[in-house]
Design a protein around this ligand. Sequence first.
Ligand code: PLP
Length: 332
Amino acid sequence: MYRLHLNENLFVSEKFIKKVVLEAAKEVDVRLYPEFYGKRLALKIAEKYGLEEENILIYGGLEPFLHVFASYFFNKNVVIVEPTFEFYSKVFRSSGVRIKSALLTTPSFSLDSEKVLDIAKKSSAILLASPNNPTGNQFRKNQVLNIIENFDGLIIVDEAYAEYGRYSLIKNILEYENLIILRTFSKAWGLAGIRIGYIASSQKIINIFKEYSSPVSFSSLSLEIAIKILSYEDKIMSWIREMKETKKWFIERLREIDVLYPYPSDANFVLVKVLNMNSKKLVEKLYKRGFIVKDVSYMPLCKNHIRITVPPKDIGEKLIEAMKTSLDKTLV
Ligand SMILES: Cc1ncc(COP(=O)(O)O)c(C=O)c1O
């Protein structure tokens, strides 16, 4: 089965990742608890972006960190810019956070900052992902900055896919005390299985969230792997470039199929509108042919849309063929 439904990194070589894992394993004594708050990793990340170690809070993945946010925002209003990563609303709803939804503007899923600010009046926080999942676009920087500058509460920008995008706002945390950036090793760094992510923000905000989070939410091995991979940034960058080239090719091939409309993407996946066909049926047909892609029809504004992780070219070619045959037999 080809897994094209979770936006994992299929370009980083498995052999290389195994090598990094083995190197890390040699240096770790798992009889001991991990270093509290992953100080050495926090320091390395801070150095990379010209920040202080105190601006970084390491956590065992971003998705689990949402529970930390949820306990902080219990009974408070949080605006989520949608359609987006479904776990925000799932975790918040089940934890007593009051959610308000601010919809992106179709047809290109752009961010209307004034509309979001209007909806967010008297809310405690605004949460948005940029590049966004499932739409794949990175919002215009001036629109995001307009929200940051004119909102009194916390603004959380999930940059899980920033390495694929055109810019990052991580350095802007030095300028805006209310800005929180989320980053992860799961996507561009090819380490979804080790579960390491982090938040970057002002020292004041980091200290608040430290009170709500475990100092050891990750394993010492994961921590060491993340530290090690940072020294291979050039290699990772070359896989990012390869993914981007392949993405261009993949989108062109999808565009050649009449009933598919692929959106532009600043991430490692593509949102595709399925015209005049049932997207759920298409997903089922593809599954039978060995490809798992995600039907996102249940998300707001995404009726009859699917999301596909950009595959390496050889898999992409097979997928395009499978698409063509599946579509022939997929009726409304
Ligand atoms: C926008 C976004 N944020 C966060 C995550 C999950 O990050 P992590 O693997 O660090 O939990 C995902 C995974 O798909 C995502 O799409």
